[in-house]
Write a protein that binds this ligand. Structure first.
Ligand code: MG
Length: 246
């Protein structure tokens, strides 16, 4: 009898579900508007998509400035720009907020120095928040300061570095912090970093601007600020830099 009642129970449930499902239509959960804009992807990994702002295409530093707005004094050669020791950091003329950034970098093939002294540069999002660039191929340093780290805040999930002299990629998804009219933090910044196709930072919360010494603390800043590339005294090169505002 138990078997009969459980079969009846199943039948009742099936009929109930069938009736209930037919009351709704698949169209009810379809969203047609707005239609996502058409973006043409690059024809290869080296090509920016159609709606990107190209910050460096290998030819000149026209999108960049150096110290106190002077012309950017890094070397441009063979489709790459390279840090000139002492020339200082360079910044984009244009400011950005939340964005998707693609950038390729290469540490010197001739290995000089160790730890933080080997192939050090950095990508400062909104001029404040550093994604570390370092030769971290067989080069131990503090984990939250190696390549792929959010400097002194988040160590990378893995070490995805290629050897010195090889080109490497960062694809960065950055959500800018939000401040209210009084300058209080409303929402912190978040960042995701993919290095050479490998996830190294997964939507981590930034604790504030990058600090070499001490704990970071947010201070209100403009919604749009330049992207900065660091001169840490090592001849690190960059190429194929493009950004999509979000
Ligand atoms: Mg650095």
């Amino acid at each position: 009898m138990k078997t009969v009642s459980s079969i009846l129970g199943c039948l009742t449930l099936t009929i109930f579900i069938t009736i209930n499902c037919t009351a709704q239509k698949p169209e009810e959960t379809e969203v047609w508007e707005p239609e996502p804009e058409v973006v043409t992807p690059g024809t290869s990994a080296e090509q920016p998509p159609s709606d990107a702002i190209v910050l460096f295409d290998g030819t000149d530093l026209s999108q960049w400035v150096g110290k106190e707005g002077s012309p950017a004094a890094w070397k441009v050669e063979n489709g790459a720009m390279t840090v000139v020791k002492g020339a200082g950091a360079i910044k984009t003329k244009q400011g950005f907020g939340s964005a998707q950034l693609h950038i390729e970098w290469r540490t010197p093939s001739e290995v000089v120095g160790e730890s933080q002294g080997r192939g050090n540069s950095g990508i400062f999002l909104q001029d404040h928040y550093e994604v570390q660039v370092l030769d971290s191929y067989d080069n131990r340093t503090y984990s939250n300061g190696q390549a792929g780290s959010i400097y002194k805040q988040h160590m990378p999930l893995v070490n995805a570095c290629r050897p010195p002299g090889a080109w490497q990629t960062y694809d960065i998804i950055y959500k800018a912090p939000e401040f209210d009219a009084q300058g209080n933090l409303v929402k912190p910044a978040f960042v995701t970093v993919i290095q050479n196709g490998v996830l190294v930072q997964n939507h981590v919360e930034l604790k504030g601007p990058t600090q070499y010494i001490g704990q970071p603390k947010y201070e209100a800043h403009d919604d749009k600020l330049p992207l900065q590339l660091q001169d840490h005294g090592n001849p690190v090169s960059f190429r194929n830099i493009w950004i999509r505002e979000l």
